[in-house]
Write a protein that binds this ligand. Sequence first.
Ligand code: PLP
Length: 400
Amino acid sequence: LMDTGEIVAMTDKYVMNTYSRIPIAPLKGVGARLTDAAGNEYLDFVAGIAVNSTGHCHPKVVEAICRQASELLHVSNLYHIRAQAELARVLVENSGLDKVFFCNSGAEANEAAIKLARRYSRVAGGADAYEIITAVGSFHGRTMGALSATGQTKYHEGFEPLVPGFSYVPFNDLSALEAEVSDKTCAIMLELIQGEGGVHPADPQYLEGVARLCRESGLLLIIDEVQTGIGRTGSLFAYQQYDGLKPDIVTLAKGLASGVPIGAVMATEEVSAGFGPGKHASTFGGNPLACAAALATLDVILNDGVLDNVKEVSAYLIQRLQELQASTGAIADIRGRGLMVGIELKEAKAAAVLAACRKKGLLVHCAGDKTLRLLPPLIIEKSDVDEALRILCGVLSELQ
Ligand code: PLP
């Protein structure tokens, strides 16, 4: 058995230094609880950054993975994959979109969406339109295409030249978006709540304007639901909470298979026709193991009352946070939807709050130096909120 110090040392020695890692090494998870190598227990309000949607090791997900692993782990997309077809059907029946492509991560899903938008507009539209407008503060992933789509220069530095054909306009500013559209534009790509950018929701009126602009100018609307999707905001997909918002392409990953790597692109029948045999592919995409885990995840989320739980626990969490805001004076703003919540502090103390919470057994995440992010598993209960808020309240008053 290795202790935390040995695991940290081995990571530092052999793993590339791309994360400022927190010095704990979780070894076991159940529901919203993690136990680390030192035997400490944590209440997990990070959930792998919105991945462990059904909690750690949900019995139905574990059972599905074990069963699938004992039958067939992988087979090529040269053949038909039963679990993949079933998963695509569940996604289609619950989304209003028509076809799905499977890959392995959020960045890959966005990469596929970018390629699909370009191919569709050239093949179907016959126009040489390939530019995609995204938002300042957005985050779409780390592959060169998804990175180029990301509207934050700090992630671009040193990786130039970026993929051409992307431009960035201020989020929630319809005039800026309208002014950027040209005959080279093929799509607009947005998150409905910017996650990595600091938990900033899109205004409903802005989205109405975006939908109208796309309709009138013949542009595709790509919604990145990598973080907001799969129940995170209280509906299976966040776009379902905005009247009249009908995306042409939606990307998914993170929570879709409770922690088994998977990504997906959903699109309308018409737009899907942009891809044909040989135009896009992924060796692992939609393999039996990942799809079995995703099917079990969606079964839990759609049939075990998880969406209602998200709405109920979210309302309670926001109410308790507002009370905390009133009583401590440390909180400038509370933003988000469902169980995707940002707490903007008045002072740049996010790192200190994170560390102090961890010492008291609560894991939270941050965006920048001012905003705390809560992304708990969707199965948490009000008593978990009480416990988290007790710790956070203590930490905020100690740090004042
Ligand atoms: N899109 C959004 C909205 C995200 O939040 C993320 C990851 O944080 C990504 C894309 C990239 O996903 P992945 O890390 O799985 O490539």
